[in-house]
Write a protein that binds this ligand. Structure first.
Ligand SMILES: [Zn+2]
Length: 96
C-alpha cells in the first residue's frame, strides 16, 4: 500500500502534469460502410467524408477489377474519392 502511493507521487512530480501524450483527440473511427475499392480498408461512412458513386463512374478510374463489389452505387472513402477526382481532372464534364 505504502509503495503504491509513493509511486504515484513520484510520477506526478516528474511530469508536472504536462508530459502525458494526449491520444484522446484522435480516436480510431469505426464505421458501418467499408470502402468498395479493392485493397482499401478505410471507411466510407458519410461521417468520415465518404461518398456514394455510380459503379460505372468508378470503373473509369479503377477498372472492374479494382472494385470489390458490383453494385449500382458503390461507397468510396474520402481519399478514394479524391483519387477519383484527381484522375478525372481535365476531362470534359459530361455530367453535373
Ligand atoms: Zn477507399
Amino acid at each position: 500500500m505504502g509503495f503504491k502511493s509513493r509511486a504515484r507521487k513520484r510520477r506526478a512530480s516528474s511530469q508536472g502534469g504536462d508530459g502525458v501524450p494526449s491520444n484522446e483527440d484522435k480516436p480510431e473511427f469505426v464505421g458501418d460502410v467499408p470502402c468498395d475499392i479493392k485493397g482499401c480498408e478505410r471507411w466510407a461512412d458519410k461521417k468520415a467524408g465518404g461518398r456514394k458513386m455510380a459503379y460505372d463512374r468508378a470503373v473509369d478510374v479503377w477498372g472492374t477489377s479494382g472494385i470489390s463489389k458490383k453494385v449500382r452505387k458503390i461507397s468510396l472513402c474520402k481519399p478514394c474519392y479524391r483519387t477519383w477526382k484527381k484522375e478525372k481532372k481535365g476531362e470534359p464534364k459530361e455530367w453535373e
